[in-house]
Design a protein around this ligand. Structure first.
Ligand SMILES: N[C@@H](CCC(=O)N[C@@H](CS)C(=O)NCC(=O)O)C(=O)O
Length: 321
């Protein structure tokens, strides 16, 4: 015979129901970002920055840009066929970075993806559109790579002309915003997102730009969020290297060379600094052993230990007591 449920059971069911609805709502409010690679896909980097830098909720999905499964991985997003692609909470698919940026800006006016001043905003849109449509020589000759700095790279006249054009556009932006350094329009905007992979090319190939623009490039690449993207990229081994130059290479100028290395445990900490889950994979840094819940968490930390605020806080908490 059916038993009538108690008030307490009813309350428990109700709370479970609301928790499930809440979770579903939270998941539905999340964007799905499809990327192809971290060290080499400049457009994937732009897609990720426009979510991560403006604190928008997202899950990222890696497609097989270099493993040959990209077309198949992108099938559910048709007709989008390049990365990045974005799926909105209502399942609408948006391809092309600029369309993604406009869509996110429209849906999140408070996040201020574009500059708030109308003249600055129009100019920022211009700079981004020119990035999407232009600089073919620079893009073709200097594929983005975040691994190291090529030594002795000789840019062609066409690439030098692209660089001159970029410097003209940056000077124009700064003339409008009245900011001599830092983000082009004062506050960080989609324009800085779009030119971060250009900064990586300028630094990664040692391309000639003014001292002030060199500093701007280093600023963009020193952003902890960009360091985190690079550190995650460094967890993947590429054999063969996709864009060889036949040149010697020097180390990346930001973050220094990591002295961390994977080791067997046990670690000082029991819980992963990122997930809070039990530790299973370990690294040594300056003679101390730290644990993480999976090899990816460990390896991204090995790549750049100082890019991760939660790991920095854990080390500080242990070493200060
Ligand atoms: N105009 C596109 C460019 C996207 C793009 O070219 N993505 C590259 C990766 S960086 C890609 O998907 N390549 C795969 C292919 O060409 O098949 C955008 O703004 O998003």
């Amino acid at each position: 015979m059916a038993r009538s449920i108690t008030f307490r059971e009813q309350a428990a069911h109700k709370s479970l129901f609301y928790r499930a609805v809440n979770l579903r709502h939270r998941l539905r409010m999340t964007y799905d970002l499809f990327i192809g690679d971290r060290l080499f896909s400049s457009w994937s980097m732009r897609g990720w920055l426009m979510l991560e830098k403006f604190n928008l909720p997202y899950r990222s999905h890696m497609t097989g840009l270099y493993s040959g499964t990209m077309a198949q991985d992108m099938e559910p997003l048709a007709p989008a066929r390049l990365v990045p692609a974005l799926r909105l909470p209502d399942d609408t698919v948006v391809g092309e970075s600029l369309a993604m940026a406009e869509t996110l800006a429209e849906r999140h006016p408070d996040a201020r993806l574009w500059p708030s001043d109308p003249t600055a905003r129009a100019t920022a849109r211009w700079l981004c559109a020119e990035m999407v449509a232009g600089f073919g020589a620079l893009r073709g000759e200097c594929p983005m790579q975040l691994l190291h700095v090529w030594q002795g790279f000789k840019p062609s006249d066409e690439t030098l002309a692209d660089l001159a054009r970029i410097e003209t556009l940056w000077a124009h932006a700064r003339g409008i915003s009245g900011t001599a350094q830092g983000p082009l329009f004062g506050a960080y905007s989609v324009a800085d997102v779009f030119y971060t992979p250009v900064a990586a090319r300028i630094i990664g190939y040692g391309l000639p730009v003014s001292e002030a623009n060199q500093a701007y490039c280093l600023d963009l690449l020193s952003d902890p969020i960009v360091r985190q993207w690079r550190a995650m990229g460094l967890t993947v081994q590429y054999e063969p290297f996709p864009y060889p130059q036949g040149l010697p290479s020097g180390s990346w100028p930001i973050g220094g060379v990591s002295s961390a290395k994977p080791v067997p445990g046990p670690s000082i900490n029991d819980a992963c600094p990122y997930s809070g889950n039990p530790v299973a994979d370990f690294l040594d840094l300056d003679g101390q052993c730290w644990g993480f819940c999976n090899p990816f968490c460990r390896d991204k930390t090995v790549a750049d230990p100082n890019a991760w605020p939660k790991f920095i806080a854990l080390r500080a908490a242990v070493n200060e007591t």
